[in-house]
Design a protein around this ligand. Structure first.
Ligand SMILES: [Zn+2]
Length: 248
């Protein structure tokens, strides 16, 4: 039994039996893991942490075949302000859906842990603009996972759109934008509102902390990011948990 210590963000926490919980955590050094925490809901629980969804914990555990077993946990950040606000929580839940859908294998990626931590931190710290935070997180995560969409030139003809206000479509399956000429007859694409491409490029470029608190394009940005993740996610079990529905 290998005992280890790690930091993780609780993605999901479900009751199991009388007093136990089964957790999904995105950890700093081991990527996505599932673990059981026994006796967590007893009054004299040995856990200092309550292991609520989105909280960031430092924990000790030993490895098991399918489930690891947590033996200790301590809260580093509870992110309780996110859980207490529906709109914030909805954005965070979708971020969690993105993490689950884009973390296909066992690969550990500390950058994913850091990105999620900073996104939760920014979500908790701001008073509005949660949707653009969610979209920017999904976009940055897709890029980290190796699914960067092509936003500088048409995926069909390679032409750079000169007129960013002009007719541009996004094609999730092709992984990028289509110019007016190539996008004309494409069924598997949808039009971007004028100016949306510029905002898409901005959420790729800007650090999370610098995203605007008012973003008039946030719905268009979310649509692009969601459709892109759904089209390319290795584990497509995803997103229903994040509050959305996959298209049939
Ligand atoms: Zn084209």
């Amino acid at each position: 039994m290998a005992v280890y210590r790690n930091k993780g963000i609780v993605l999901r926490s479900i009751r199991f039996g009388e007093a136990d919980r089964i957790l999904d955590l995105y950890t700093q050094d081991a990527g996505l893991i599932s673990a059981i925490a026994k006796g967590i809901r007893k009054t004299r629980s040995k856990f200092g942490a309550r292991l609520e969804p989105l909280s960031c914990v430092e924990f000790m555990a030993y490895s098991g075949r399918s489930l690891d077993t947590l033996t200790q946990a301590e809260t580093l950040r509870s992110f309780h302000k996110i859980r207490e606000d529906l709109v914030r929580f909805d954005a965070a839940a979708r971020m969690v859906g993105y993490v689950k859908s884009l973390s296909g294998g066992d690969e550990a990626d500390r950058r994913v842990f850091n990105l999620l931590y900073h996104a939760l931190d920014a979500l908790e710290g701001r008073g509005s603009g949660f949707e653009v935070m969610e979209a920017a997180f999904g976009m940055k995560l897709a890029i980290l996972a190796g699914y960067a969409p092509q936003l500088d030139a048409c995926v069909e003809c390679g032409m750079e759109p000169e007129d960013l206000e002009g007719m541009i479509r996004f094609a999730p399956d092709l992984g990028g934008i289509l110019c007016a000429e190539c996008g004309g007859g494409s069924r598997d694409s949808f039009p971007l509102p004028p100016g949306a491409l510029e905002r898409l490029r901005a959420i790729v470029r800007l650090p999370l902390k610098e995203l605007p608190e008012t973003e008039r394009m946030s719905e268009a940005l979310r649509r692009v990011v969601r459709s892109h993740v759904i089209a390319h996610a290795p584990s497509n079990a995803l997103i229903s948990e994040g509050g959305g529905r996959r298209p049939a």
